[in-house]
Design a protein around this ligand. Structure first.
Ligand SMILES: *Cc1c(COP(=O)(O)O)cnc(C)c1O
Length: 421
């Protein structure tokens, strides 16, 4: 459920008409709903109410300071995957004790910064990384809390580019080697083993892969405890999918996911951490764009938008589907027509949808891409020297630009000219 609904014949974001924001901010832009963001966070939080837990929002999904502040104020922790994200989380006022640090390639500088911030936990992805954390923590005279990310060799049944839990993926330590690596961790200075971490992929639309992975984590917990390790936390990753095509998709609900967690690992008495990104932010954001031209091609009509693949790369990168809806509600009985919906970038990959049925549209009409809140703005680029588009946050009947559109001069002036030119 989200808060982008038709009202009085037009699309609203909470209590603000989308067209009003477009008139003020200009298109294209990302638009987020506070009510949807907080609702989704609380769905997860409540799904784990049966025991001690922390929901660490995977901020790579959407990392604007205003979004982070909104979620942090509700009690969210953050899952960060880079020094930049760590800095963003701290800048948004998230205390170190609510930050977990994931990612396969943490540098010395990033590890140092995380230890300085006294983060809650490193999710360690390899032995060399573990050695680096041990060395830096020892030099600093502190102790790093670690969980080791195990790779359970489970098929997440999702798009290959976002599956992370098979042995062929670069993530984590093969679960079969976990005992060895935990033994090494116990012997290294500057480390305190606190738990186990697992994350098998993103946009999972079934619970079964989670179930298989969490059963393996439960078994491993018992084994490691028998080996003398203190396993008090289980970080179960993110990955729960969202319905991108509302007409025919119904991924599992956070409530059922929470019950699955209770059933598979609840008896172990561990504090549970989860790292949802997409399900928190995905349906909390839309991309609003304007039709520049209606172009009649041979046997097909193109809607050429002012938004492009540099603004929303998911269709080009993952063959992702986004529902695209007109901002003016179509009248009942209007015959839909097939359009190819494209951006202006000089690549055929700059195609959002082929032969998509839409009510008749033309130049100047506004459309909204649904489910664009996660992996949208954060993956955008300035390809074709197109400015990063604004982000706007709605809260009830108020809205604010939370990242302005840069001017061309601002973009150009980031380049520096060498002396000899
Ligand atoms: C990307 C990622 C997440 C979030 O995944 P979603 O599908 O957005 O929920 C969580 N944890 C880790 C380690 C990740 O890499």
């Amino acid at each position: 459920m989200d808060h982008f609904l038709y009202r009085e014949g037009a699309l609203w974001a909470e209590d603000v008409p989308v067209a009003e924001i477009a008139a003020q901010v200009g298109t294209p832009f990302y638009l987020y709903s506070t009510a949807t963001l907080t609702r989704h966070f609380h769905l997860f939080d409540e799904a784990l109410d049966w025991g001690p837990h922390l929901v660490c929002y995977a901020m790579k999904a959407a990392s604007n300071q205003a979004i982070l502040r909104t979620l942090a104020a509700e009690g969210a922790g953050m899952d960060v995957v880079s020094g930049g994200e760590l800095a963003r989380a701290l800048a948004a006022g998230v205390p170190g004790e609510r930050i977990v640090f994931s990612g396969v390639g943490k540098t010395d500088e990033e590890i140092h910064a995380a230890l300085t911030a006294q983060i809650r936990q490193f999710n360690v992805e390899s032995e060399p990384e573990m050695a680096a954390i041990s060395r830096i923590a020892s030099e600093m005279g502190v102790e790093a809390m670690i969980a080791i990310r195990v790779n359970p060799d489970v098929d997440a049944k999702t798009h290959a580019k976002i599956a992370t839990g098979k042995s062929e993926n670069k993530f984590g330590i093969p679960i079969a080697r976990a005992r060895d690596v935990y033994a090494q961790a116990a012997a290294l200075p500057g480390l305190k083993v606190v738990g186990i971490d697992v994350h098998i992929g993103s946009q999972l639309t079934q619970l079964e892969p989670f179930e298989l992975a969490y059963q393996k984590v439960a078994e491993l917990t018992e084994t490691l405890r028998a080996d003398g390790h203190e396993i008090s936390r289980l970080d179960l990753g993110g990955g729960l999918g969202i319905p991108y095509a509302r007409s025919n998709e119904a991924p599992p609900l956070p409530t059922d996911y929470g019950k699955l967690i209770q059933r598979t690992v609840g008896h172990l008495g561990c504090e549970i951490e989860i790292e949802p990104g997409r399900l928190v932010a995905g349906n909390a954001g839309i991309l609003v764009s304007k039709v520049i031209y209606l172009k009649n091609g041979e046997g097909r009509d193109f809607l050429i938008l002012d938004g492009a693949m540099n603004d929303l790369i998911r269709p080009a990168m993952y063959e992702a589907h986004h529902d695209i809806i007109p901002v003016i509600e179509p009248e009942v009985g209007v015959e839909p027509q097939p359009y190819d919906i494209v951006g202006p970038v000089c690549e055929s990959g700059d195609t959002f949808a082929k032969q998509r049925l839409m009510p008749p549209l033309g130049a100047g009409d506004l459309v909204a891409f649904r489910s664009a809140g996660a992996y949208g703005a954060v993956m955008s680029s300035e390809y074709n020297t197109r400015p990063l588009i604004p982000e706007v946050l709605v809260n009830g009947d108020q809205f604010a630009v939370i990242r302005p559109r840069p001017t061309f001069d601002e973009m150009i002036n980031r380049d520096t000219i060498p002396e000899w030119l």
